[in-house]
Design a protein around this ligand. Structure first.
Ligand code: ZN
Length: 170
């Protein structure tokens, strides 16, 4: 396992569309492990493969708030070609991104989503998320289509240093 370099805004790889994972190879397994390690090292709650320079539809998420999705355990999912199949409600709050260091902004997201994805065995799963998990799922899936949250920010991007509130970075 290794911590990989996180690409930051301005790197064109962050604006590209990612390709589905067709089979689970040792290399892909290693990528997923590295993504978790990189995310934890950076104190993030989510990370998408393009953020470490790989154009594959893989995201890892750990919001450390297991009650809604406890049966997946702490490292709950490897989403290979995640697709949001249901969404409802609304939440408005601060969002951050490991690829946009030092910044935060207000984004409105659905408060509840259901996502269909493949797990690490390439079996189809559905994951339901509320609150922060729903926000993280939306944020990470958008990365796979080359979209950063900065496109969705209401008002101005702000410096995190000037903000008392704890920001979750994805
Ligand atoms: Zn992000």
């Amino acid at each position: 396992m290794a911590v990989r370099q996180i690409r930051v805004i301005g790197d064109e790889i962050l604006n590209k569309k990612c390709k589905p994972v067709k089979e689970m190879t040792d290399r892909t397994k290693e990528l997923i492990e590295d993504m978790f390690e990189t995310m934890y090292e950076a104190n993030g709650v989510g990370l998408a493969a393009p953020q470490v320079g790989v154009l594959k539809r893989i995201v890892v998420i750990d919001v450390e708030d297991g009650y809604q999705y406890g049966h997946f355990g702490r490292r709950y999912i490897h989403e290979n070609h995640p697709e949001i199949i249901e969404q409802d409600g609304e939440q408005t709050g601060y969002e951050g991104c490991l690829s946009v260091p030092g910044k935060t902004g207000v984004v409105t997201r659905p408060n509840h989503v259901v996502v269909r994805a493949l797990d690490e065995n390439m079996d189809e799963i559905e994951v339901e998320g509320e609150g922060l998990l729903a926000r993280a799922i939306c944020h990470e899936c958008a990365h796979l289509d080359g979209q950063l949250y900065t496109e969705l920010v209401e008002g101005e991007l702000m410096d995190t240093e000037n903000d008392e509130e704890e920001i979750t970075e994805e």
